[in-house]
Design a protein around this ligand. Structure first.
Ligand code: BGP
Length: 470
């Protein structure tokens, strides 16, 4: 059933705000999303999957279905409610309980420090576009390392630097809902790399045991045809979304190729992009000490040039065919009828994952090792009257992507060490609400009862096959 080696980590991923619920309980502070969602009035982050109260049930389910590792995030606003002030002992205690429960069930925790949930006061002060957030984040990270270094071996600094700020400043689907602000988006990308680097260097200087990495959302981009202008647009698109961050992560600086493209994209605004020498020094140091890179891969996109006015429509309802993405001077995501896509217009193309892994290996030989830290299918699952959920589409999706991972490992010698399905259980999706389900376990959000999907049975078999490898 598998080519993957015995030590390959088969896991599942989650994020605090999407599963915990209890968003005002036990002293938790507000985050970037709270006011934004209240204003939208579409859906609430409570009770989500009620993981705050049901974590033991979910971790036990994970262990029963072959999930060997669980990616969680620690909500900064539970540990330091306003982001910079006093520590909340209830928050400290909660995550200690969660982590101890993981060990009780032999599920290895992989812990992310920032997964889209900046404490509200920092968010209102500019979030990652404000460099003051870097010091605050480093303080939070140090507190968390001191508290849990005995329980956590694998740390992730930041989840998806691009996805958070693309949603915030380009598509407007994330708070504060700004659109087409390329400068802010790039500034916040850079600032996140500096924050990540500070935390990596701190982790290494203080000599904590364990490994630390960064998780990138990497979408693979292909030109829709051979026309030169479309190839150039694809190249620019890639640098804006992937290349700038990958250079910063692995080289610790931005190559001239990336900078000149960013300069083209920003035009006159380029001189306002603030990248200081000491920040680049911090990044250079961190790039040499990074233990692993996490890839979150969901889809590939096909691109053509776009030099007219920008227009974006975020398909957050699952009405297939409604997504529009055109950004002046970067490119347009075009429809490609040859490739299947889900109801949210996300293209299903496992080859893109393989290509991305090979690119990282070739372009950045110091990449060390890769985990696929998120991959999965958003789907409108149906709970049958007998409690079963037949999610064949999800099994096919995951199988296809695992095969792409195997190909990268076997044929292209990519050092890939694990795969985390997104997600362990159904949960709240940031800009899509509750009908976009990803879990191995179905949740009836009214009753909070868990049901085992067909994909969970399949995943368990895969896990057993990996265990049986030599
Ligand atoms: C990633 C995030 C996750 C998760 C996933 C699915 O970008 O790290 O938190 O939400 O995407 O995305 P969505 O919920 O928008 O379908």
């Amino acid at each position: 059933m598998t080519q993957l080696p015995k030590d390959f980590v088969l896991g599942a991923a989650t994020a605090a705000y999407q599963v915990e619920g209890a968003s005002t309980e036990d002293g938790k502070g507000r985050v970037s999303w709270d006011a934004f969602l209240e204003k939208q009035g579409r859906f609430s982050p409570d009770p989500a999957s009620d993981f705050y109260h049901r974590y033991e049930e979910d971790i036990k389910l994970a262990s029963e279905y072959g999930v060997k590792a669980l990616r969680i995030s620690i909500a900064w606003s539970r540990i330091i409610p306003d982001g910079t002030g006093d520590i909340n002992e209830k928050g400290i205690e909660y995550y200690r309980n969660v982590l101890e429960t993981c060990h009780k069930y032999h599920v290895e925790p992989y812990v992310t420090l920032h997964h889209f949930d900046t404490p509200e006061p920092l968010h209102f002060a500019g979030d990652w576009s404000n460099k003051d957030q870097i010091d605050a984040f480093a303080r939070f990270a140090e507190i968390v390392f001191d508290q849990y270094h005995d329980l956590v071996k694998y740390w992730v600094t930041i989840n998806e630097p691009i996805a958070y700020v693309l949603g915030q400043y380009i598509t407007g689907a994330f708070p504060p809902g700004e659109k087409y602000n390329k400068l802010k988006c790039l500034q916040a990308q850079h600032n996140q790399l500096v924050a990540h680097s500070r935390v990596v260097n701190l982790f290494k200087e203080k000599g904590y045991e364990g490994e630390i990495g960064l998780v990138h959302a990497l979408t693979q981009f292909y030109s829709i045809d051979d026309k030169l202008e479309n190839q150039i647009a694809t190249y620019k698109h890639d640098i804006f979304m992937n290349g700038f961050l990958l250079d910063g992560t692995f080289l610790g600086h931005y190559s001239l190729e990336k900078l000149s493209t960013v300069q083209q994209i920003l035009g006159d605004q380029f001189s306002n992009l603030e990248m200081k020498q000491d920040e680049l020094a911090e990044m250079g140091k961190a790039s040499q000490q990074l233990d692993f890179i996490g890839i979150n891969y969901y889809q590939s996109n096909w691109i053509k040039a776009h030099n007219e006015e920008s227009l974006i429509h975020h398909n957050g309802t699952g009405e297939k065919g409604t997504a529009i993405f055109r950004v002046k001077g970067i490119g347009e995501v075009v429809k490609n009828e040859a490739i299947p896509r889900n109801d949210w217009d996300w293209y299903i193309y496992p080859e893109g994952l393989r290509d991305m892994m090979i690119r990282i290996k070739e372009d950045y030989p110091n990449y060390n090792k890769i985990y696929i830290t998120e991959n999965g299918l958003g789907y409108k699952d149906v709970l049958e009257s007998d409690g079963s959920v037949h999610d064949k589409e999800r099994i096919d999706y995951v199988k296809g992507h695992i095969e792409a991972v195997e190909e990268a490992y076997e044929k292209h010698d990519v050092n890939v060490k694990g795969y985390f399905i997104w997600s362990l259980q159904d949960m709240f999706s940031w800009s899509n609400g509750y009908n976009k389900r990803y879990g191995l376990f179905y949740i009836d959000f009214e009753t909070q009862k868990r049901y085992v999907k067909d994909s969970a049975y399949w995943y368990k078999k895969l896990s057993e096959a990996i265990d049986q490898q030599q």
